[in-house]
Design a protein around this ligand. Structure first.
Ligand SMILES: CCCCCCC/C=C/C(=O)SCCNC(=O)CCNC(=O)[C@H](O)C(C)(C)COP(=O)(O)OP(=O)(O)OC[C@H]1O[C@@H](n2cnc3c(N)ncnc32)[C@H](O)[C@@H]1OP(=O)(O)O
Length: 294
Protein backbone atom coordinates (compact mmCIF):
# COMPACT_ATOMS: atom_id res chain seq x y z
CA UNK A 1 0.00 0.00 0.00
CA UNK A 2 2.84 2.34 0.88
CA UNK A 3 4.51 1.56 -2.39
CA UNK A 4 1.58 3.20 -4.05
CA UNK A 5 2.32 6.38 -2.12
CA UNK A 6 6.04 6.53 -2.67
CA UNK A 7 7.26 9.97 -3.80
CA UNK A 8 10.79 10.60 -4.98
CA UNK A 9 12.72 12.32 -2.20
CA UNK A 10 14.66 14.35 -4.71
CA UNK A 11 11.49 15.95 -5.92
CA UNK A 12 10.32 16.75 -2.42
CA UNK A 13 13.62 18.39 -1.51
CA UNK A 14 13.92 20.34 -4.73
CA UNK A 15 10.42 21.68 -4.36
CA UNK A 16 11.12 22.78 -0.78
CA UNK A 17 7.55 22.68 0.42
CA UNK A 18 7.15 23.98 3.94
CA UNK A 19 7.20 20.41 5.19
CA UNK A 20 10.88 20.13 4.33
CA UNK A 21 12.04 23.72 4.39
CA UNK A 22 10.86 24.34 7.94
CA UNK A 23 10.56 21.00 9.65
CA UNK A 24 12.68 20.34 12.70
CA UNK A 25 12.41 16.61 12.00
CA UNK A 26 15.45 15.30 10.17
CA UNK A 27 14.84 13.08 7.17
CA UNK A 28 16.59 10.30 9.06
CA UNK A 29 13.72 10.30 11.55
CA UNK A 30 11.19 9.99 8.79
CA UNK A 31 9.96 6.83 7.29
CA UNK A 32 9.36 8.27 3.87
CA UNK A 33 6.21 6.67 2.56
CA UNK A 34 5.81 8.63 -0.53
CA UNK A 35 4.57 7.90 -3.31
CA UNK A 36 3.38 6.97 -6.58
CA UNK A 37 5.21 8.61 -9.46
CA UNK A 38 1.67 9.24 -10.60
CA UNK A 39 1.16 11.93 -7.94
CA UNK A 40 1.41 15.29 -9.65
CA UNK A 41 -0.06 17.69 -7.14
CA UNK A 42 0.83 16.21 -3.74
CA UNK A 43 3.83 15.16 -1.70
CA UNK A 44 3.27 12.47 0.88
CA UNK A 45 5.39 10.98 3.63
CA UNK A 46 5.02 9.50 7.09
CA UNK A 47 6.41 10.65 10.42
CA UNK A 48 6.01 7.66 12.69
CA UNK A 49 2.26 7.00 12.81
CA UNK A 50 1.41 10.37 11.22
CA UNK A 51 0.83 10.72 7.50
CA UNK A 52 1.78 14.09 6.04
CA UNK A 53 0.14 15.27 2.84
CA UNK A 54 1.51 18.45 1.27
CA UNK A 55 -0.49 20.24 -1.42
CA UNK A 56 2.08 20.95 -4.07
CA UNK A 57 0.99 23.11 -6.96
CA UNK A 58 3.28 26.06 -6.29
CA UNK A 59 2.81 27.97 -9.55
CA UNK A 60 -0.92 28.31 -8.89
CA UNK A 61 -0.75 28.88 -5.11
CA UNK A 62 -2.13 25.36 -4.65
CA UNK A 63 -5.35 26.22 -6.49
CA UNK A 64 -7.56 23.17 -6.15
CA UNK A 65 -7.97 21.59 -9.56
CA UNK A 66 -9.83 18.37 -10.18
CA UNK A 67 -6.60 16.36 -10.55
CA UNK A 68 -5.43 17.54 -7.14
CA UNK A 69 -8.65 16.38 -5.54
CA UNK A 70 -8.57 13.00 -7.27
CA UNK A 71 -5.08 12.50 -5.81
CA UNK A 72 -6.07 13.84 -2.39
CA UNK A 73 -9.03 11.46 -2.18
CA UNK A 74 -6.81 8.57 -3.20
CA UNK A 75 -4.03 9.17 -0.67
CA UNK A 76 -6.40 9.99 2.18
CA UNK A 77 -8.30 6.77 1.59
CA UNK A 78 -5.06 4.78 1.53
CA UNK A 79 -3.84 6.35 4.76
CA UNK A 80 -7.26 5.85 6.36
CA UNK A 81 -7.04 2.13 5.57
CA UNK A 82 -3.42 1.83 6.70
CA UNK A 83 -3.08 0.26 10.17
CA UNK A 84 0.34 1.88 10.63
CA UNK A 85 -1.17 5.35 10.42
CA UNK A 86 -3.16 6.93 13.26
CA UNK A 87 -3.70 10.49 12.04
CA UNK A 88 -3.11 12.75 9.07
CA UNK A 89 -1.76 16.28 8.59
CA UNK A 90 -2.55 18.31 5.48
CA UNK A 91 -0.44 21.34 4.72
CA UNK A 92 0.50 23.63 1.83
CA UNK A 93 3.38 26.00 1.23
CA UNK A 94 4.55 29.03 3.18
CA UNK A 95 2.69 31.27 0.71
CA UNK A 96 -0.53 29.35 0.34
CA UNK A 97 -2.42 26.53 1.95
CA UNK A 98 -4.71 26.85 -1.09
CA UNK A 99 -5.94 29.93 -2.96
CA UNK A 100 -9.28 28.31 -3.72
CA UNK A 101 -10.75 26.15 -6.41
CA UNK A 102 -9.00 26.55 -9.76
CA UNK A 103 -10.82 29.50 -11.31
CA UNK A 104 -9.30 28.98 -14.75
CA UNK A 105 -10.37 25.34 -14.81
CA UNK A 106 -13.99 26.05 -13.87
CA UNK A 107 -14.68 29.41 -15.51
CA UNK A 108 -16.36 27.99 -18.66
CA UNK A 109 -18.44 25.32 -16.97
CA UNK A 110 -22.19 25.40 -17.56
CA UNK A 111 -25.03 24.93 -15.09
CA UNK A 112 -26.35 21.77 -16.71
CA UNK A 113 -23.01 19.94 -16.57
CA UNK A 114 -22.42 21.09 -12.99
CA UNK A 115 -25.82 19.80 -12.01
CA UNK A 116 -25.81 16.55 -13.92
CA UNK A 117 -22.22 15.66 -12.97
CA UNK A 118 -22.67 16.94 -9.39
CA UNK A 119 -19.60 19.15 -9.86
CA UNK A 120 -17.45 19.19 -6.68
CA UNK A 121 -19.47 16.31 -5.19
CA UNK A 122 -16.42 14.07 -4.82
CA UNK A 123 -14.27 16.94 -3.51
CA UNK A 124 -15.85 16.50 -0.12
CA UNK A 125 -14.81 12.85 0.34
CA UNK A 126 -12.30 14.10 2.88
CA UNK A 127 -15.21 14.37 5.32
CA UNK A 128 -15.65 10.58 5.16
CA UNK A 129 -12.10 9.90 6.41
CA UNK A 130 -12.36 8.33 9.86
CA UNK A 131 -8.91 9.15 11.17
CA UNK A 132 -8.37 12.67 12.53
CA UNK A 133 -7.00 15.23 10.08
CA UNK A 134 -5.15 18.37 11.14
CA UNK A 135 -4.76 21.26 8.70
CA UNK A 136 -1.48 23.15 9.14
CA UNK A 137 -2.23 26.41 7.35
CA UNK A 138 0.24 29.04 6.20
CA UNK A 139 -0.49 31.89 3.80
CA UNK A 140 -3.72 32.04 1.82
CA UNK A 141 -6.64 29.79 2.72
CA UNK A 142 -9.21 31.32 0.40
CA UNK A 143 -12.48 30.03 -1.02
CA UNK A 144 -12.14 26.27 -1.43
CA UNK A 145 -8.86 26.50 0.50
CA UNK A 146 -10.67 27.82 3.57
CA UNK A 147 -13.39 25.21 3.00
CA UNK A 148 -10.81 22.43 2.74
CA UNK A 149 -9.26 23.53 6.04
CA UNK A 150 -12.73 23.55 7.62
CA UNK A 151 -13.32 19.97 6.47
CA UNK A 152 -10.33 18.96 8.58
CA UNK A 153 -10.82 18.21 12.29
CA UNK A 154 -8.35 20.68 13.77
CA UNK A 155 -6.82 23.80 12.20
CA UNK A 156 -3.43 25.15 13.27
CA UNK A 157 -2.40 28.40 11.60
CA UNK A 158 0.86 30.15 10.96
CA UNK A 159 0.86 33.75 12.12
CA UNK A 160 0.61 35.11 8.56
CA UNK A 161 -2.26 32.89 7.48
CA UNK A 162 -5.31 34.53 5.91
CA UNK A 163 -8.77 32.94 5.79
CA UNK A 164 -11.41 34.24 3.40
CA UNK A 165 -14.34 33.44 1.11
CA UNK A 166 -13.86 35.70 -1.94
CA UNK A 167 -16.23 33.79 -4.27
CA UNK A 168 -18.80 36.60 -4.42
CA UNK A 169 -16.21 38.77 -6.18
CA UNK A 170 -16.11 36.12 -8.94
CA UNK A 171 -19.86 36.15 -9.36
CA UNK A 172 -20.47 32.92 -7.48
CA UNK A 173 -20.92 31.72 -3.92
CA UNK A 174 -18.96 29.34 -1.67
CA UNK A 175 -19.69 25.80 -2.78
CA UNK A 176 -18.19 23.52 -0.15
CA UNK A 177 -19.10 24.76 3.29
CA UNK A 178 -18.27 28.48 3.28
CA UNK A 179 -21.86 29.40 4.03
CA UNK A 180 -22.38 26.47 6.42
CA UNK A 181 -19.29 25.32 8.34
CA UNK A 182 -17.96 28.87 8.55
CA UNK A 183 -21.14 30.05 10.30
CA UNK A 184 -20.75 27.30 12.89
CA UNK A 185 -17.10 28.20 13.38
CA UNK A 186 -17.21 32.00 13.55
CA UNK A 187 -20.91 32.88 13.95
CA UNK A 188 -23.42 34.45 11.58
CA UNK A 189 -22.24 38.05 11.53
CA UNK A 190 -18.60 37.34 10.70
CA UNK A 191 -19.53 34.66 8.17
CA UNK A 192 -21.97 37.08 6.50
CA UNK A 193 -19.35 39.82 6.44
CA UNK A 194 -16.75 37.52 4.88
CA UNK A 195 -19.04 35.87 2.31
CA UNK A 196 -21.06 38.98 1.39
CA UNK A 197 -18.07 41.26 0.83
CA UNK A 198 -15.56 38.66 -0.35
CA UNK A 199 -12.87 40.99 0.85
CA UNK A 200 -13.11 40.88 4.64
CA UNK A 201 -10.65 38.14 5.53
CA UNK A 202 -9.62 36.80 8.92
CA UNK A 203 -6.02 36.98 10.02
CA UNK A 204 -4.70 33.96 11.87
CA UNK A 205 -5.13 35.78 15.17
CA UNK A 206 -8.72 36.78 14.33
CA UNK A 207 -9.45 33.23 13.22
CA UNK A 208 -8.18 31.92 16.55
CA UNK A 209 -10.21 34.47 18.51
CA UNK A 210 -13.31 33.53 16.52
CA UNK A 211 -12.81 29.79 17.07
CA UNK A 212 -12.02 28.80 13.49
CA UNK A 213 -8.45 27.94 14.41
CA UNK A 214 -7.26 26.16 17.57
CA UNK A 215 -3.78 27.63 17.77
CA UNK A 216 -1.53 30.12 16.01
CA UNK A 217 2.23 29.56 15.75
CA UNK A 218 5.08 31.34 13.99
CA UNK A 219 4.82 30.24 10.35
CA UNK A 220 7.93 28.08 10.47
CA UNK A 221 6.66 26.14 13.52
CA UNK A 222 3.09 25.40 12.59
CA UNK A 223 3.77 22.19 10.72
CA UNK A 224 5.92 20.71 13.46
CA UNK A 225 3.28 21.61 16.05
CA UNK A 226 0.58 20.01 13.92
CA UNK A 227 2.68 16.86 13.60
CA UNK A 228 3.31 16.80 17.37
CA UNK A 229 -0.42 16.95 18.07
CA UNK A 230 -1.18 14.45 15.32
CA UNK A 231 1.42 12.14 16.81
CA UNK A 232 -0.16 12.33 20.28
CA UNK A 233 -3.51 11.40 18.75
CA UNK A 234 -2.00 8.68 16.55
CA UNK A 235 -0.58 6.90 19.57
CA UNK A 236 -3.93 6.66 21.35
CA UNK A 237 -6.43 3.89 20.65
CA UNK A 238 -7.50 4.11 17.02
CA UNK A 239 -11.12 2.93 17.56
CA UNK A 240 -11.62 5.19 20.57
CA UNK A 241 -10.21 8.16 18.65
CA UNK A 242 -12.65 7.36 15.85
CA UNK A 243 -15.53 7.31 18.32
CA UNK A 244 -14.60 10.78 19.58
CA UNK A 245 -14.41 12.12 16.02
CA UNK A 246 -17.77 10.49 15.20
CA UNK A 247 -19.45 11.87 18.31
CA UNK A 248 -18.22 15.43 17.82
CA UNK A 249 -19.18 15.39 14.15
CA UNK A 250 -22.67 14.19 15.07
CA UNK A 251 -23.09 17.36 17.14
CA UNK A 252 -23.34 19.22 13.81
CA UNK A 253 -26.05 16.91 12.54
CA UNK A 254 -28.23 16.04 15.54
CA UNK A 255 -30.42 17.90 18.01
CA UNK A 256 -28.86 18.00 21.50
CA UNK A 257 -30.79 15.11 23.07
CA UNK A 258 -30.10 12.78 20.13
CA UNK A 259 -26.44 13.80 20.18
CA UNK A 260 -26.19 13.13 23.90
CA UNK A 261 -27.78 9.71 23.44
CA UNK A 262 -25.37 8.95 20.60
CA UNK A 263 -22.46 9.99 22.81
CA UNK A 264 -23.70 7.87 25.74
CA UNK A 265 -24.06 4.78 23.52
CA UNK A 266 -20.51 5.18 22.24
CA UNK A 267 -19.29 5.72 25.81
CA UNK A 268 -21.01 2.44 26.76
CA UNK A 269 -19.44 0.76 23.75
CA UNK A 270 -15.90 1.72 24.77
CA UNK A 271 -16.32 -0.75 27.67
CA UNK A 272 -16.48 -3.52 25.11
CA UNK A 273 -12.94 -2.76 23.97
CA UNK A 274 -9.62 -4.03 25.28
CA UNK A 275 -8.28 -0.48 25.03
CA UNK A 276 -10.73 0.79 27.67
CA UNK A 277 -9.60 -2.03 30.01
CA UNK A 278 -5.96 -1.25 29.27
CA UNK A 279 -6.36 2.53 29.64
CA UNK A 280 -8.12 2.34 33.00
CA UNK A 281 -5.91 -0.50 34.33
CA UNK A 282 -2.79 1.44 33.36
CA UNK A 283 -4.06 4.47 35.28
CA UNK A 284 -4.79 2.35 38.37
CA UNK A 285 -1.38 0.65 38.10
CA UNK A 286 0.44 3.98 37.57
CA UNK A 287 1.91 2.98 34.22
CA UNK A 288 1.59 4.06 30.60
CA UNK A 289 -1.15 2.32 28.64
CA UNK A 290 -0.27 0.08 25.74
CA UNK A 291 -3.20 0.35 23.38
CA UNK A 292 -3.71 -2.44 20.89
CA UNK A 293 -6.49 -0.84 18.86
CA UNK A 294 -9.13 -3.39 19.68
C1 LIG B 1 -12.68 21.40 -0.42
C2 LIG B 1 -13.54 21.50 -1.60
C3 LIG B 1 -13.34 22.76 -2.34
C4 LIG B 1 -14.51 23.02 -3.19
C5 LIG B 1 -14.50 24.39 -3.77
C6 LIG B 1 -15.86 24.93 -3.87
C7 LIG B 1 -15.99 26.22 -4.63
C8 LIG B 1 -14.85 27.11 -4.45
C9 LIG B 1 -14.70 28.16 -5.22
C10 LIG B 1 -13.47 28.94 -5.11
O1 LIG B 1 -12.60 28.67 -4.33
S1 LIG B 1 -13.32 30.24 -6.19
C11 LIG B 1 -11.68 30.82 -5.88
C12 LIG B 1 -11.57 31.61 -4.64
N1 LIG B 1 -10.24 32.17 -4.55
C13 LIG B 1 -9.91 33.35 -5.03
O2 LIG B 1 -10.71 34.08 -5.57
C14 LIG B 1 -8.47 33.76 -4.87
C15 LIG B 1 -7.84 33.95 -6.23
N2 LIG B 1 -6.46 34.38 -6.11
C16 LIG B 1 -6.10 35.63 -5.78
O3 LIG B 1 -6.90 36.48 -5.53
C17 LIG B 1 -4.64 35.92 -5.72
O4 LIG B 1 -3.98 34.95 -6.49
C18 LIG B 1 -4.05 35.95 -4.30
C19 LIG B 1 -4.37 34.66 -3.54
C20 LIG B 1 -4.60 37.16 -3.54
C21 LIG B 1 -2.51 36.08 -4.40
O5 LIG B 1 -2.18 37.18 -5.19
P1 LIG B 1 -0.68 37.33 -5.72
O6 LIG B 1 -0.64 38.62 -6.49
O7 LIG B 1 0.27 37.14 -4.61
O8 LIG B 1 -0.47 36.08 -6.71
P2 LIG B 1 -1.06 35.88 -8.17
O9 LIG B 1 -0.10 36.40 -9.17
O10 LIG B 1 -2.46 36.37 -8.25
O11 LIG B 1 -1.15 34.27 -8.25
C22 LIG B 1 -0.03 33.48 -8.60
C23 LIG B 1 -0.51 32.47 -9.63
O12 LIG B 1 -1.50 31.64 -9.04
C24 LIG B 1 -2.67 31.67 -9.83
N3 LIG B 1 -3.86 31.51 -8.97
C25 LIG B 1 -4.06 32.03 -7.76
N4 LIG B 1 -5.24 31.66 -7.28
C26 LIG B 1 -5.82 30.88 -8.21
C27 LIG B 1 -7.05 30.20 -8.30
N5 LIG B 1 -7.96 30.18 -7.30
N6 LIG B 1 -7.32 29.51 -9.41
C28 LIG B 1 -6.43 29.45 -10.43
N7 LIG B 1 -5.22 30.07 -10.40
C29 LIG B 1 -4.93 30.78 -9.30
C30 LIG B 1 -2.64 33.02 -10.49
O13 LIG B 1 -3.48 33.03 -11.62
C31 LIG B 1 -1.18 33.16 -10.82
O14 LIG B 1 -0.90 32.35 -11.96
P3 LIG B 1 -0.28 33.02 -13.29
O15 LIG B 1 -1.28 34.03 -13.74
O16 LIG B 1 1.00 33.64 -12.85
O17 LIG B 1 -0.12 31.87 -14.22
Amino acid sequence: MFAALRQPLARASAAKPLARAFSAYSPAQNAVAPASPKLEYLLTETRGRVALVTLHRPKALNALCNGLFVELNQVLKEFDNNKDIGSIVITGSERAFAAGADIKEMKDRQFIENYSENFLGHWTQITTIRKPIIAAVNGFALGGGCELAMMCDIIYAGDKAVFGQPEIKLGTIPGAGGTQRLVKAVGKSKAMEMCLTGSVNLTAQEAEAAGLVSKVYPAEQVLDEAIKTASKIANLSVPIVQMVKDAINQSFEMPLQSGLTFERRLFHATFGTNDQKEGMSAFAEKRKPNFTNN
